[in-house]
Design a protein around this ligand. Structure first.
Ligand code: FAD
Length: 313
């Protein structure tokens, strides 16, 4: 049976949805072992165990997290050698992709990023060139390294020992050319992370600086607020909210596009959403070409009505 090494870079008290999706995907491909970079409490480890994971590998030194991504790549390479893993699964953040690339170089292994579907023979589906092409590709080396987009796979618990066995791995850290000296926590908004959210309400230039009606709708739906680059460049919302080619890629169950024209660079980040609803006052806007449902109207009229209706239910 293939050993599947799932890399978790833990930063919370419980398993994130994207981490559960990775573990579940791993369990469908072989025997899952976890490489865990950060600290973890018992509840987190129990959560990992509920996906049938029997062993969790951790670095023997906290310094792994202090040398940017190089330390984590060194740790993962050691974990692959120790476990004999044939598949390595990581998340799809910028950091995870860089770790994957460095790991690929260390192991001489092929890397596929942005995976949204995976066949039994490990043929991976991803989109390329800002979503212009959907590509099926497969790694031909002994070890396959895959970074997986959130919301692409279901998170189904497999059942297993409540507490996996922990193994400390000695890691030969590369000389640090840059060191992490501190981390700044983002202010807590009470809304889900964009990458994790089941519902996203995203606004563009059409909101004209006022995201209040979008925030109200997002809160009524328990969703997150995102934006086009026009809105983030205008300083109406923080840059971390940008969705698209040079922003985040998201695949929520429901993406509500508000006052966004649907440029190819915006589409690149959201077109794998399960259901897309577009609200735009221009009936000829290209956004309607990718929308499952479209509302032609002024967002400042449509959104308050929609929010009020949803709150009543
Ligand atoms: P616009 O194109 O100006 O569209 C505004 C829309 O709002 C219009 O369709 C209008 O009809 C509608 N509207 C106006 N008022 C109302 C109202 N009251 N009610 C309802 N509808 C209204 N863009 C991204 O989004 N993400 C990226 O990651 C990204 N990366 C890029 C990378 C590169 C290299 C380049 C060159 C561009 C990138 N862009 C990106 C920019 C992209 O090309 C577009 O310029 C941008 O997406 C446009 O944003 P928008 O749709 O909000 O604005």
């Amino acid at each position: 049976m293939t050993t599947v090494l799932v890399f978790l870079d833990h930063a919370g008290a419980s398993l994130a949805k994207s981490e559960r999706e990775l573990l579940s995907l791993g369990a469908s491909l072989g025997e899952v072992t976890v490489a865990l970079a950060g600290d973890a409490d018992q509840a987190y480890l129990d959560g990992v165990g509920s996906y049938g994971v029997q062993q969790v590998y951790r670095p023997d030194s906290a310094a792994v997290s202090e040398v940017l991504v190089a330390g984590k790549a060194a740790f993962l390479a050691e974990a692959v050698r120790t476990t004999g893993a044939g598949i390595v699964l990581l998340g799809n953040s910028y950091e995870a992709k860089e770790i994957a690339a460095r790991l690929g170089v260390r192991l001489g292994a092929g890397v596929i990023t942005d995976v949204v579907a995976l066949a039994a023979d490990l043929t991976a589906t991803k989109s390329d060139f800002a979503g212009s092409y959907t590509v099926d590709c497969r790694v031909t080396t002994d070890v396959a390294i895959l970074t997986v987009k959130p919301n692409s796979f279901d998170a189904i618990e497999a059942g297993g020992p409540s507490s996996p066995h922990e193994v400390r791995l000695p890691v030969d850290l590369p000389a640090a050319v840059a060191r992490v000296t501190g981390r700044v926590d983002k202010p807590v908004s009470g809304r889900p992370e964009l990458a994790e959210a089941r519902v996203i309400v995203a606004g563009g230039r059409g909101v004209n600086g006022d995201f209040t009606p979008l925030e109200a709708l997002a809160d009524a739906l328990g969703g997150a607020v995102g934006a086009s680059r026009a809105a983030t460049d205008a300083g109406w919302i923080e840059h971390s909210a940008q969705i698209g080619q040079t922003g985040k890629t998201v695949s929520p169950q429901l993406y509500i596009s508000v006052g966004i024209s649907g440029a190819i660079q915006q589409k690149a980040g959201m077109q794998t959403s399960k259901v897309i609803v577009a609200i735009n006052k221009d009936a000829d806007s290209p956004v309607f070409e990718i929308a499952d449902f479209g509302i032609v109207g002024d967002l400042f009229t449509v959104l308050p009505q929609a929010t009020e209706e949803i709150r009543k239910r």
